[in-house]
Design a protein around this ligand. Structure first.
Ligand code: ATP
Ligand code: MG
Length: 220
């Protein structure tokens, strides 16, 4: 395909990317809320948007299912560290959208500091097993990791885990579940990612897009 395929995930990334694309002259004309189509047309005949799971964006772009995509740094780093993350993926621009942070949280009555000082084994539930393993290894904290795919907040409340590693933005979800943030691991935002072959073969089409997006990000 000679046109451009852009991989986005529904929700905050789609919503926050639209205005940036608009400043770059690309307007999505199909409304994902009004149809079940996963391929959306834009005002430019040679540009289309494909809707994929947030965690599938790096896979699509790495293997050329899409030329470019937008994904959170959490998803990108976890993908790179994982078994299928070997392939090169360019990350030319921090779009500064979907900002949040990766943090450790526990029940308010769990003394995380004491557990760390005593060298206790801490049970940690997370979707981000690679990032969590790396963080605790650097700190020299012993952890047993429990892989979950969602609703991480439940783990400390049910006794499944002592702590979670999850994304936090306002902290209201933690608060609603009587959890407290005890450690910041990494600031997170979403990035433009690019397939390296597309970057070469479609350079004339992609360079202006990248420049417009850079300008749009700088202006905000
Ligand atoms: P999946 O489709 O696999 O369920 P998901 O639920 O992680 O994916 P979203 O919740 O839409 O998908 O999150 C997409 C990205 O948005 C995350 O990878 C992260 O970078 C960012 N994000 C997640 N939660 C927040 C938040 N509370 N505030 C700001 N950005 C967030
Ligand atoms: Mg989701």
């Amino acid at each position: 395909m000679s046109g451009l395929t852009l991989a986005l995930s529904k929700g905050r990334i789609f919503d926050d990317t639209l205005p940036l694309l608009k400043s770059a002259g690309i307007e999505v004309v199909d409304d994902p809320e009004k149809s079940r189509a996963l391929i959306l047309r834009t005002n430019q005949a040679d540009v289309r948007v494909v809707l994929v799971r947030a965690s599938d964006v790096p896979t699509y772009v790495q293997h050329g299912g899409a030329d470019v995509g937008v994904a959170g740094l959490d998803v990108l780093l976890e993908h790179e560290a994982g078994p299928y993350g070997g392939g090169a993926l360019l990350r030319p621009l921090d779009l500064q959208i979907a900002r949040c942070r990766l943090s450790v949280a526990t029940r308010a009555d769990f003394d995380y500091g004491a557990a760390v000082r005593q060298g206790a084994r801490i049970r940690v539930a997370t979707k981000y097993t690679y990032l969590a393993r790396q963080h605790f290894a650097e700190k020299g904290v012993h952890v047993d990791l429990i892989k979950l795919y969602g609703s991480m907040e439940l783990a400390p409340l049910t006794g499944l885990a002592d702590a979670i590693v999850d994304l936090v933005s306002t902290g209201s979800t933690l608060k609603a579940n009587n959890l407290v943030e005890v450690e910041h691991i990494l600031p997170i935002s979403s990035y433009l990612v690019m397939n390296p072959v597309s970057a070469k073969l479609k350079r004339e089409r992609l360079q202006p897009l990248l420049q417009s997006l850079q300008a749009a990000v700088a202006q905000r």
